[in-house]
Design a protein around this ligand. Structure first.
Ligand code: HMG
Length: 402
């Protein structure tokens, strides 16, 4: 591997739904103390997709936001579009192929989907980094999107959410250079899965928490053995975040295992990366990178030159520990105000409307259906016609690429 070439994230944008459910309302409906969700789980809001939003439409919003920051010449350098999801809409056709019809990209690129639970986004990112190391004149667009959905009235319900992240991977990136050193760990574990006949995930919650922590420990050891930086050289930590308490448990686990390396770290080392996820919920493949954006947007100090340690976990299970160093241009390359505004401008749903959107109106088995325009975002699922999904681009966004 050519380690002399610096590669990493040159642009990053996220999208989520325009509606959310406050977890106090879910607690009230479940007749439990809201403190369990707000503090025990550590979530305050759950992003809720309307019936005309799915992983393709939510992902298209994030991907188009990245393309809007690029010139036509820069767009032409995109050799590959990788779509990571575990909420696929088709067993054969990739979500990336649908995106090709919606966003302002050119057709001379390869487009495909990757899957390994929440790890898929990292699989895409690391594959993209290696592609750019091999061909530094090219760039790769990685899009990760999921709708986290559990059976109603089960313990997982409070961790649901929806969102996407789109990242442009290039040489000499403006935002963060991803180090070549990494540690991976894979094993066959039945902690979380979704059989083909199920529309929601099945989970062994307790096993999943243990598996997450054990896979993290093995991944970090692998990262160190491969020449990675010890924890005391990583100023910040971003963990895969199914709910904020899980990232706290990860931090505490590392602190217990490596007390000397973690001695100087306070909770701030990981908690700034939790601000967006606390308001959105689990976004599976996108969650780690929405955490990165939360850190970049909300850390008051200049992060230039500082190193972030990442732990990506996908149930089933695959883990990867890796690191990256923040570039001096990062503040100009991210849209902090727009990102904060996306969350601030959302609409609170009643519990009844949440139940309709998340459960009753999400009929996945229709061969023919027309969806009312409920979502106000730029891309929406308009209909399913003869088992073919029909998407609509509502607004023509302002684009440097146009
Ligand atoms: P549960 O069993 O209902 O919750 O579900 P609990 O009883 O364990 O309580 C949770 C916490 O709330 C505990 O704190 C309680 O003490 C506390 P902890 O001991 O953990 O620190 N608590 C309270 N705190 C304040 N006031 C109160 C109160 N009552 C209780 N009144 C569980 C929890 C996580 C199991 C459930 O939400 C679940 O199944 N979630 C889905 C699975 C999951 O997210 N697993 C995480 C690791 S696996 C992963 O990250 C992969 C994933 O993203 C999928 C993928 O890879 O694709 C999920």
């Amino acid at each position: 591997m050519n380690k002399a070439i610096k590669v990493g994230i040159n642009r990053i944008e996220f999208s989520t739904t325009e509606n959310y459910l406050a977890l106090e309302k879910l607690a009230e409906a479940h007749q439990i103390d809201p403190a369990k969700y707000l503090h025990g789980i550590g979530q305050s809001k759950m992003a809720v997709p309307t019936p005309d939003e799915d992983t393709i439409s939510i992902a298209a919003n994030a991907a188009q936001d990245v393309l809007n920051t690029m010139t036509p010449e820069e767009v032409k350098t995109i050799s590959t579009l990788i779509f990571a999801t575990e909420t696929g809409v088709d067993q054969s056709k990739s979500g990336a192929a649908y995106l090709m019809g919606l966003i302002d990209i050119h057709p001379n690129c390869r487009a495909f989907e990757v899957k390994q639970a929440c790890y898929g986004g990292t699989a895409g990112l690391q594959m993209a980094c290696d592609m750019v190391r091999a061909r530094p004149d090219e760039s790769v667009l990685v899009v990760a999107c999921d709708i986290a959905r559990y059976q109603q009235n089960t313990p997982g319900e409070c961790t649901q959410g929806a969102g996407a992240v789109a990242m442009l991977i290039t040489a000499n990136p403006d935002i963060i250079e991803i180090d070549a050193e990494r540690g991976c760990f894979s094993a066959d574990i039945m902690d979380f899965w979704r059989p083909n006949q199920f529309k929601h995930a099945l989970v062994d919650g307790e096993l999943s928490k243990d598996a997450y922590l054990n896979v993290m420990a093995s991944s970090y050891q692998g990262y160190l053995a491969n020449g990675g930086k010890p924890l005391d050289q990583l100023e910040w930590l971003c963990f895969h975040q199914p709910f904020t308490k899980m990232a706290k448990k990860a931090f505490e686990h590392l602190s217990a295992q490596y007390p000397e390396q973690m001695a100087d770290k306070t909770d701030a080392a990981y908690s700034i990366s939790q601000q967006y996820g606390r308001e959105i919920g689990n976004t599976y493949t996108a969650s780690l990178y929405i955490g990165l954006l939360s850190l970049l947007d909300n850390a008051e100090q200049d992060l230039t030159g500082q190193t972030i340690g990442f732990f990506s976990y996908g149930s089933g299970a695959v883990g990867e520990f890796f690191s990256g160093t923040v570039n001096k241009n990062y503040r100009n390359a991210i849209n902090t105000l727009a990102n904060q505004q996306k969350l601030a401008a959302r609409t609170a749903l009643s519990y009844d409307t949440y139940c309709q959107y998340m459960y009753q109106l999400r009929d996945y088995d229709q061969a023919n259906i027309r969806y009312n325009p409920t979502s106000g975002s730029n891309f929406r699922l308009a209909a399913i016609h003869d088992n073919k999904r029909v998407y609509e681009r509502v607004l023509e966004p302002m684009s440097k690429a146009a």
